[in-house]
Design a protein around this ligand. Structure first.
Ligand SMILES: N[C@@H](CCC(=O)N[C@@H](CS)C(=O)NCC(=O)O)C(=O)O
Length: 217
């Protein structure tokens, strides 16, 4: 497994823009080390050993150069070898998994049913937890607003707990997009929730707790 600290890019090893195999690279991932949405794409690139450049936005976030490839001024952004660029981490993950399906690990479970389940977990995570993650670290208009955001994260985690197989993976017998999507964000949960809000994302969620032990190894 890629180490937890290194996954989210805070280990120091990858604090500077990383360029892997810069000769003949097949695209560029634009990321930031603290970005969980970027970390999931980077995880797939590193685990598959893909020949893809990984770099921070040229001249910083929302610079003209960055906006030219990422119209919302966000990371991650991916420039394909045909010159097109794409945004949205799940779309980038899907592209990498599909385009490099012959390079292990596949990141897709064996059956259509399990693949659908893995995708569902990703979406539950993003639409309930990911979209509300600012409640953990952003300035909010009121404590009630913050609590409402945290409650939505809790609900999303409860649903993921329901579907998590802890086999030890989220779904099926192998690492999949569901593991990658949730694990990349769990850095926030594990560091911020106990410190600032007095709860742990594993409390009362034994399957996620077991899954996390395995993923963190
Ligand atoms: N739905 C997007 C979310 C991307 C996102 O929120 N990225 C954050 C970093 S983790 C960002 O760029 N924030 C800066 C901003 O929104 O201005 C995805 O999955 O890629």
């Amino acid at each position: 497994m890629i180490g937890f600290q290194n996954l989210i890019g805070i280990s120091g090893v990858r604090r500077k823009p990383a360029v892997m195999n810069s000769e003949d690279s097949c695209g560029t991932l634009t990321w930031l080390p603290v970005s969980n949405f970027s970390a999931r794409c980077r995880y797939i690139i590193l685990k598959k050993g893909l020949n893809i450049k990984i770099e921070e936005p040229i001249n910083g976030m929302k610079s003209p150069e960055h906006l030219a490839i990422s119209p919302l001024g966000q990371v991650p952004c991916f420039q394909m070898d045909n010159g097109d660029s794409m945004i949205e981490s799940m779309a980038i993950m899907d592209y990498l998994v599909d385009r490099y399906s012959d390079v292990p690990p596949r990141f897709l479970p064996a059956t259509p049913e399990l693949r659908a389940k893995a995708r569902m977990i990703c979406q539950v995570h993003d639409l309930h937890c990911g979209i509300n993650q600012g409640a953990m670290y952003r300035a909010m208009t009121s404590p009630e607003d913050r609590e409402a955001g945290l409650e939505k994260i809790r609900k999303g985690l409860d649903v993921i707990e329901l579907y998590c197989e802890a086999s030890p993976f989220m779904v099926g017998d192998d690492l999949s997009i569901a593991d990658v999507a949730v694990f990349a964000s769990s850095a926030f949960y594990v560091f911020m929730l106990p410190r600032f809000f007095g709860w742990d994302f594993r409390d009362g969620r034994p399957k996620l707790a077991k899954w996390f032990v395995y993923m963190r190894q």
